[in-house]
Ligand binder design. Structure first.
Ligand SMILES: NC(=O)c1ccc[n+]([C@@H]2O[C@H](COP(=O)([O-])OP(=O)(O)OC[C@H]3O[C@@H](n4cnc5c(N)ncnc54)[C@H](O)[C@@H]3O)[C@@H](O)[C@H]2O)c1
Length: 351
């Protein structure tokens, strides 16, 4: 699809390009929608096969940030930056790139606020911060929000509690059986919280050390990565890669709830429809995993850990509102989440 057509199909917005021959910077900032406030979105720094691919990635991810911020009731819009990573790069060149990127972000006058994403690290963001104030997550040692993963996990736990309340009519996770796919930064924190709340865990990870830790520290049962989605359990929690719900895994699901941290859990929209048809409650990914964004966004008004956690806890109410409406309108929960956002931003549902 033509790039403008693609941008229009996503309801953009502005797409800004920056090139700087002196440093080699080739950056794209995609500002999807600023109706709710300045856009927050990470800066991705990876190799792309073409400028068109990089632009598409920025567009897709920028739109996603609008939806995540809006469903979380944050006073922010959505955007994303992409810097095309050169094949070879010295430390010094890297620093020059992020200096120039900082100047670029500053030139946008606060409409876009940047932070870490795939390929960038705290040091890159620190470098950019020398040239702009429109940066979050730049200095964990100076009281900023730090690693988002535990807060993301806390938000997912609150979403799971809402799903259990709605679907199983229970206020406690005691004895609820959760199959966690992926015991990484978020997955392990989530599993630990669930364990502390009395849940029974089955886990899988491609990393044997992560599985061993889950078994030893959390009393989890281990299964193979090919079997985790098909565990006979209450909740399947995808916390690894995208596309966990697809034609193959759908055939094996034995859970009543799908609720986890991974982004893009539905391989295609029709997989959300199929979950709905089969009466499996799906917690829309961008709503349940918004804790990391909610956490870093608090830096914008002066970071306070208690307030960040209180705001993340509201994922419980957000989820219940989605589930209730999906129930009364007999529509998939992912469609309802999108509608809630779109009605807020565009005044009408787009699908
Ligand atoms: N970190 C955050 O705050 C955050 C916020 C929102 C969304 N997410 C999403 O949550 C997911 C997990 O993020 P993370 O930060 O914990 O990443 P991570 O890389 O720390 O953890 C991912 C884990 O999944 C395992 N894994 C990979 N492939 C697997 C497979 N096929 N089967 C089972 N396990 C597999 C990895 O070994 C690793 O332990 C990602 O989809 C990410 O985009 C993370």
């Amino acid at each position: 699809m033509d790039l403008f057509e693609y941008a229009n199909s996503l309801n953009f917005g502005e797409v800004l390009f920056k090139t700087d021959p002196a440093t080699g910077l080739q950056a794209i900032v995609a500002l999807h929608n600023l109706k709710q406030g300045p856009a927050i979105g990470g800066c991705r720094f990876i190799e792309y096969p073409s400028t068109a691919e990089a632009t598409r990635d920025a567009l897709r991810l920028g739109r996603g940030m609008t939806y995540k911020a809006a469903i979380s009731n944050l006073p922010h819009g959505g955007g994303k930056a992409v810097i095309m990573r050169p094949k070879h790069l010295s430390e010094e060149q890297r620093e020059r790139l992020f200096e120039e990127f900082g100047r670029f972000v500053d030139s946008l006058g606060g409409r876009y606020i940047t932070c870490e994403d795939s390929g960038t690290n705290v040091n890159d963001i620190n470098v950019a911060h020398r040239f702009t104030d429109h940066v979050l997550g730049y200095d964990p040692d100076a009281g900023s929000s730090g690693d988002p993963s535990p807060v993301t996990a806390y938000g997912v736990r609150r979403g799971i509690e809402a799903a259990v309340k709605f679907k199983l009519g229970r206020d406690s996770l005691e004895g609820v059986h959760v199959a966690v796919q992926g015991l990484g930064a978020v997955g392990f924190c989530l599993a630990r919280e669930l364990h502390e709340l009395g849940a029974t865990l089955t886990v899988a990870d491609i990393n044997p050390a992560a599985v061993e830790r889950g078994v030893n520290e959390l009393g989890a049962t281990a299964v193979s990565v090919d079997a985790i989605h098909a565990v006979d359990c209450d909740i399947y929690a995808p916390c690894a890669l995208g596309g966990a719900i697809n034609d193959t895994t759908l055939a094996g699901l034995q859970c009543t709830i799908v609720a986890g941290a991974a982004n893009n859990q539905l391989l295609e929209d029709r997989h959300g429809e199929e979950l709905h048809r089969r009466g499996i409650l799906y917690a829309p990914d961008y709503a349940i995993n918004a804790g990391g964004l909610i956490n870093v966004a608090q830096e914008y008004v002066g970071y306070d850990r208690e307030r960040a956690l209180a705001k993340t806890s509201e994922i419980y109410e957000t989820m219940l509102a989605i589930f209730d409406r999906a129930g009364s309108e007999d529509l998939p929960t992912d469609v309802i989440a999108d509608r809630i956002v779109e009605e807020k931003i565009f005044g009408k549902a787009l699908r």
